[in-house]
Design a protein around this ligand. Structure first.
Ligand SMILES: *[C@@H]1O[C@H](CO)[C@@H](O)[C@H](O)[C@H]1NC(C)=O
Ligand SMILES: *[C@@H]1O[C@H](CO)[C@@H](O)[C@H](O)[C@H]1NC(C)=O
Ligand SMILES: *[C@@H]1O[C@H](CO)[C@@H](O)[C@H](O)[C@H]1NC(C)=O
Ligand SMILES: *[C@@H]1O[C@H](CO)[C@@H](O)[C@H](O)[C@H]1NC(C)=O
Ligand SMILES: *[C@@H]1O[C@H](CO)[C@@H](O)[C@H](O)[C@H]1NC(C)=O
Ligand SMILES: *[C@@H]1O[C@H](CO)[C@@H](O)[C@H](O)[C@H]1NC(C)=O
Length: 405
């Protein structure tokens, strides 16, 4: 997965002392905005740019190089959605526009070629008759400039919104849109949803697959994916530990209606290496972080960060259900270093309809809201039917989500 490389970029960035841009005075119009043909202007002042968030001016449309591919049950292969000069469908196919749209977006140092986007698309199309738009912004997400990629997310979001408006004109109901993004892609979903909300359309769901932490954990709600952006917002957390010293790349805080915290905060099972505890113990600041061997980092963090995608694909595929168990007081737990990597004891023991909630299509149909703990196997299939039997104690539940088709 492209996510393996995420950390390398971060390290380059750290070793350059966050040298991407000292300040934002080179804003393009002299009034601290950057304007784009047909996309409008982006405000470059606070909360986008603050002393703790020294992001450079976002790149041009050409620099970011966003591409769109459309998939559906109704035609073979993919169809390119051209964006310029006006949005249009490239191939002469019969696109069925009046279907819900599912948008899938990758993160830093990744591209739409990543296996997970296509596995998720195939799993989704198997279950639902939808149009899947896979967004590639790999040029804008290229390493080592993580903070530039952070800034570019706003351009990508404006472009996605523009394409969605085209679909709307052709008959799509944007209220049915489901946006799924990994890492930085999660926040892009947030921006798209906020933009459409401002125009009067609340989209159906945003799913943040281990939404990016650096540049977002402490940022204003307008700058990150947040509850209320869509009718329903879900967080899938698999690497929710402090960047320093634990190399966590996923956002720690709750941001959705439901936030699933998988297994343990720092490393997912199967991602651990023996030297992990020792090497992590040695990290105390950014300089140490830059000195950590690449292979260690790759195995230690990127594996866990990328697991969010793999778990979600299994959740969409079914029939095994990942059950989240009520996890009270998560904000307090997450900031307590002594309990890092030990979330399970805080989870509610036995499931009832009010305290457990499934990951996937049916999440919003259950009543529980808040943080939930999910346990998985250490390798595929990550979802374990035996786990469900334990937490639901025998015949209290039929183990299959009652709503899934
Ligand atoms: C900044 O300048 C651009 C170009 O002159 C203009 O389109 C935009 O509206 C201005 N923005 C603000 C906030 O004044
Ligand atoms: C693009 O759309 C604009 C406004 O709708 C229109 O004026 C223009 O002719 C279109 N350009 C092309 C190449 O179709
Ligand atoms: C396009 O799809 C519509 C609806 O599914 C169908 O009625 C129509 O015959 C199709 N046209 C072509 C050219 O395949
Ligand atoms: C669009 O979808 C929403 C949510 O499913 C629904 O409430 C609304 O009536 C739909 N609008 C149209 C025009 O079909
Ligand atoms: C951590 O620090 C100790 C003591 O300085 C050193 O012996 C050990 O090799 C370091 N471990 C790693 C993985 O860097
Ligand atoms: C729990 O929810 C499921 C699905 O809605 C329902 O079939 C079942 O009867 C509920 N059980 C109780 C005890 O409410």
């Amino acid at each position: 997965m492209g996510t393996l490389a995420i950390i390398v970029g971060i390290i380059c960035l750290c070793s350059q002392a966050f040298g991407v841009s000292a300040q934002n005075t080179d804003s393009v119009n002299g009034n601290n905005t950057r304007c784009y043909d047909q996309l409008g202007c982006l405000d470059l002042g606070p909360p986008w740019y603050t002393p703790k968030r020294l992001v450079p001016v976002p790149g041009s449309i050409e620099d970011v190089g966003t591409d769109f591919q459309l998939f559906s049950r109704h035609f073979e292969g993919s169809v390119v959605v051209n964006e310029w000069p006006n949005v249009s469908i490239e191939r002469n196919v019969n696109v069925t526009f009046n279907l819900p749209i599912v948008v899938i977006i990758h993160g830093f140092y990744a591209s739409a070629k990543g296996d997970w986007l296509h596995e998720l698309k195939d799993a989704y199309l198997e279950k639902k008759d939808v149009n899947v738009l896979i967004v590639d912004w790999s040029e804008g997400a290229a390493p080592p400039k993580y903070l530039l990629a952070v800034s570019n997310t706003r351009v990508v979001a404006r472009e996605i919104s523009r394409v969605l408006r085209y679909f709307s004109k052709q008959g799509a109901n944007l209220s049915e849109t489901h946006c799924i993004g990994h890492s930085l892609g999660a926040h892009i979903c947030g921006y798209v949803a906020k933009e459409l909300k401002a125009e009067g359309t609340l989209i159906k769901e945003c799913t943040g697959l281990d939404a990016a932490q650096p540049g977002f954990e402490l940022a204003d709600e307008s700058v990150r994916l947040h509850e209320g952006d869509a009718k329903f917002v879900v967080g899938i957390h698999t690497n929710a530990a402090p960047l320093i010293p634990f190399l966590g790349f996923g956002i720690m805080r709750q941001f959705g209606d439901v936030d699933f915290y998988f297994n343990e905060q720092v490393t997912q099972p199967g991602c651990v290496r023996n030297s992990a505890a020792e090497a992590v113990a040695n990290i105390t600041d950014l300089t140490d972080l830059a000195a950590v061997p690449w292979e260690f980092v790759a195995e230690h963090s990127a594996c866990s960060h990328g697991r969010a995608c793999l778990y979600y694909i299994e959740a969409i595929k079914g029939p095994c259900v990942f059950w989240g168990q009520r996890l009270p007081d998560i904000e307090r737990i997450l900031t307590k270093v002594p309990v890092l990597n030990r979330l399970m004891p805080f989870a509610n023991d036995q499931c009832t309809n009010d305290t457990c909630i499934p990951v996937g299509f049916d999440t919003s149909r259950y009543s529980y809201r808040g943080a939930a703990f999910v346990r998985t196997n250490s390798q595929p299939n990550f979802c374990d039917p035996e786990e469900a039997k334990q937490i639901w104690s025998g015949d209290r539940f039929n183990l299959l989500s009652p709503f899934s088709s």
